[in-house]
Design a protein around this ligand. Structure first.
Ligand SMILES: C[S@@+](CC[C@H](N)C(=O)[O-])C[C@H]1O[C@@H](n2cnc3c(N)ncnc32)[C@H](O)[C@@H]1O
Length: 208
């Protein structure tokens, strides 16, 4: 069963929220200054740390954070506005048409690993739908699933493998893989368990 995300935020039961942006994103933005420009979609943005980091590092970008939780989006809006950031309460699986084919970039961080693994093809279709042709997806992917003996109930719930990621994103040439990187930074408990992928949307996705 999927979590009631809004209830988790209302109750303050958000162990994934580290109170700061993804260290991998911060490092990438520093090393690639001027690259993440145009419209940037951040699905499952939570309380918006990554959105604020992008808006601050790249003042010419237009980052849009979306989340299914109204409480999370309200928390995002309570912060001082950075650059061109904005937030919308939206479900990634039923994006408004205004987000179809309009994004130059998409930043993925703990949205993919939070959704039910049965929805992964729908996830790939949704993110492809949001991107412009040739649009870029930069994502930090959590490879090792939580197990009862390797950590308490505070990590991303669903792991993946590089093989699964390649199968999901590269099948039918929907995306091409540009780079697989070891992230330059990570939260302490995720060391060695994440990979940073840069993918380019290569052709029109089927929009149902
Ligand atoms: C594990 S949390 C990560 C939040 C944020 N990326 C962070 O690292 O703090 C997953 C987020 O995805 C959001 N989410 C789950 N399903 C979603 C969907 N279908 N559409 C949009 N957001 C969704 C949840 O509300 C939650 O904020």
């Amino acid at each position: 069963m999927q979590p009631d995300w809004d209830q988790r935020y209302r109750q303050g039961d958000t162990p994934w929220d580290k109170g700061r942006a993804s260290p991998a994103l911060i490092a990438w933005l520093q090393e690639n200054h001027g690259r993440m420009t145009g419209s940037v979609l951040i699905p499952g943005c939570g309380t918006g740390h990554d959105v604020r980091a992008i808006a601050t590092a790249e003042p010419t970008s237009f980052p849009v954070g979306i989340d299914i939780s109204r409480t999370a989006i309200e928390a995002c809006r309570q912060n001082k506005v950075r650059g061109n950031e904005r937030y919308e309460e939206e479900n990634l699986f039923s994006l408004p048409k205004t987000l179809f084919g309009t994004c130059d970039w998409l930043w993925e961080h703990t949205c993919f690993c939070a959704i039910d693994p049965k929805e992964r093809l729908a996830y790939v279709s949704a993110v492809a739908t949001s991107l412009k042709p040739e649009g870029l997806l930069l994502g930090i992917f959590y490879l090792n699933p939580r197990t009862s003996d390797n950590e308490a109930n505070n990590g991303p719930p669903h792991g993946t493998t590089l093989q699964e990621l390649k199968s999901l994103f590269l099948t039918d040439d929907l995306f091409s893989l540009i780079e697989i990187m070891v992230p330059r930074g990570c939260y302490p408990e995720r060391e060695g368990r994440e990979q940073l992928l840069l993918l380019r949307r290569t052709k029109n996705p089927v929009i149902s």
